[in-house]
Design a protein around this ligand. Structure first.
Ligand SMILES: Nc1ncnc2c1ncn2[C@@H]1O[C@H](COP(=O)(O)OP(=O)(O)O)[C@@H](O)[C@H]1O
Ligand SMILES: [Mg+2]
Length: 425
């Protein structure tokens, strides 16, 4: 497993719990993954530093799972495959679905997938006229990877122009911003839907919802995600079926037809409009973080078999099935997040939180310092609980959060609170 976040911690634990898996090696891993969970003994989870290709070859692993988008877009899957390894994660060519928003938008148009009307802008001379062609201020998106910071939902045309100029000049995001996508703003509620695909067949995972703003009531700055729940009540079976037909089928067929079959996790960021139309906002070419933390707690089946099958082009779509459970994950962030997260605050109560039934504490920005676990990044921990109902999962997750302390901790108190009375009124 390549990565070091909460997503990878959750994946590693679920893989260890899979009958098909004997051992998990994570590179580089994180402090949480280095605390070997006893309940899986004699199976072990090891963290190893080094170049991922060399680690995978040296450890002679049967399967490599790549977590984050940056190595995928840089072609790590291709490099590993060239060394004879089996890889869960798309090739560099297929990863363009996330690596270039202009590619993704043109692809969606080519294959009849509903997405917000857009224009690609590459030169500042074209900018003003392009902005004017949108009735309201367009959303401004840097083409390339920007760690979730490359989108500005502008309130006015002048704000959109300012943001776009900063990007085009290279000042804001370097080369990643020198091509822009302007797109129509869409109102509604956001939904995260994931498919595991072997390039041809696919299986959908339970729909999740993220809470991206820092503060309760969706206020404050955007973050990498402050909490999730799954399955999302917003995603009725009918809606999921439409997403399958209108988005995943044409996308996966289209990638294969264009010579870039997609093997890995395809994550569609969707807007559900008040008229219950599905609009594709973006594709990601890997598991979402913190969506993965809740999705994995709401499926039954052997994850190792599913990922291995997808990697080998022989996915059994029955390998994973929805569980009769609900999960909520609450992110604990460091003081100063997202602008300037403070590091080095000692964390207590981790064992007490995990002593609660069906609670897991998934590490992201933590480090070991002497005998203590300390904060070492913006999003520090994901506290996940599962239960037969969403209400119980939510209560359990907050009970666990109440047992964890560190100075300056920030978390939202309304994760999953609006899951039922969605914004669709
Ligand atoms: N067309 C749009 N209309 C309204 N909001 C949007 C639109 N596109 C993006 N957003 C908002 O901006 C966020 C980030 O955009 P997204 O395309 O997901 O890029 P990234 O995740 O790469 O930053 C979305 O989660 C959504 O809240
Ligand atoms: Mg997004």
């Amino acid at each position: 497993m390549v990565g070091s976040g909460g997503r990878e911690h959750a994946l590693a634990l679920r893989l260890l719990a899979s009958e098909s898996v004997g051992e998990v090696v994570v590179t580089p891993g994180n402090a949480g993954m280095r605390m070997a969970p006893q309940r899986f003994a004699p199976k072990v989870l090891r963290s190893v530093a080094g170049n991922p290709v060399e680690v995978a070859v040296h450890e002679a692993v049967d399967l490599v799972v790549i977590g984050p988008e940056v190595p995928l877009c840089a072609g790590l899957a291709d490099e590993l495959a060239a060394r004879g390894l089996t890889v869960f994660g798309p090739t560099r060519a297929a990863a363009q679905l996330e690596g270039s928003k202009a590619f993704m938008k043109d692809f969606a148009v080519r294959h009849g997938i509903r997405t917000a009307r857009h224009e690609v802008v590459r030169a500042s001379g074209e900018l003003e006229q392009a902005v004017q062609r949108f009735g309201e201020a367009p959303v401004v998106k840097a083409d390339g990877l920007c760690a979730g910071k490359g989108v500005v939902v502008a309130e006015s045309a002048s704000e959109a122009l300012d943001a776009a100029r900063g990007m085009l000049s290279g000042e804001a995001f370097g080369d990643a911003g020198k091509t822009l996508v302007l797109e129509e703003r869409v109102e509604g509620a956001e939904l995260s839907l994931h498919a595991l695909s072997d390039g041809e067949r696919f299986v959908l995972l339970p729909a999740a919802q993220d809470h991206k703003r820092l503060l309760d009531g969706d206020r404050g700055p955007n973050t990498g995600g402050m909490g999730t729940h799954a399955p999302a009540p917003l995603a009725t079976p009918e809606l999921v079926e439409r997403a399958r037909r209108e988005i995943f089928e044409p996308a996966l067929r289209g990638m294969a037809a264009e010579g870039n079959p997609f093997r890995g996790a395809l994550f569609a960021g969707l807007m559900v409009t008040p008229a219950r139309e599905l609009v594709l906002l973006e594709f990601n070419v890997r598991f979402g973080d913190p969506e993965t933390q809740v999705m994995l707690a709401t499926i039954d089946g052997d994850l190792g078999d599913a990922l291995d099958g997808a990697a080998r082009g022989a996915l059994d779509p029955a390998a994973l099935a929805p569980a009769a459970r609900h999960a909520v994950c609450i992110v604990l962030a460091a003081h100063g997040y997202p602008e300037k997260p403070r590091t080095g605050d000692a964390i207590s109560g981790l064992d007490a939180a995990e002593a609660l039934e069906d609670v897991s504490v998934l590490h992201a920005g933590t480090a070991v310092s002497g005998d203590a676990i300390v904060t070492a990044g913006g999003r520090v921990l994901g506290v996940r609980a599962s239960a037969p109902t969403l209400t119980d999962a939510r209560e359990r997750a907050y009970a666990a959060v109440g047992r964890i302390q560190f100075d300056g901790v920030q978390f939202r108190r309304d994760i999953a609170a609006r899951a039922f009375g969605e914004i669709l009124s």
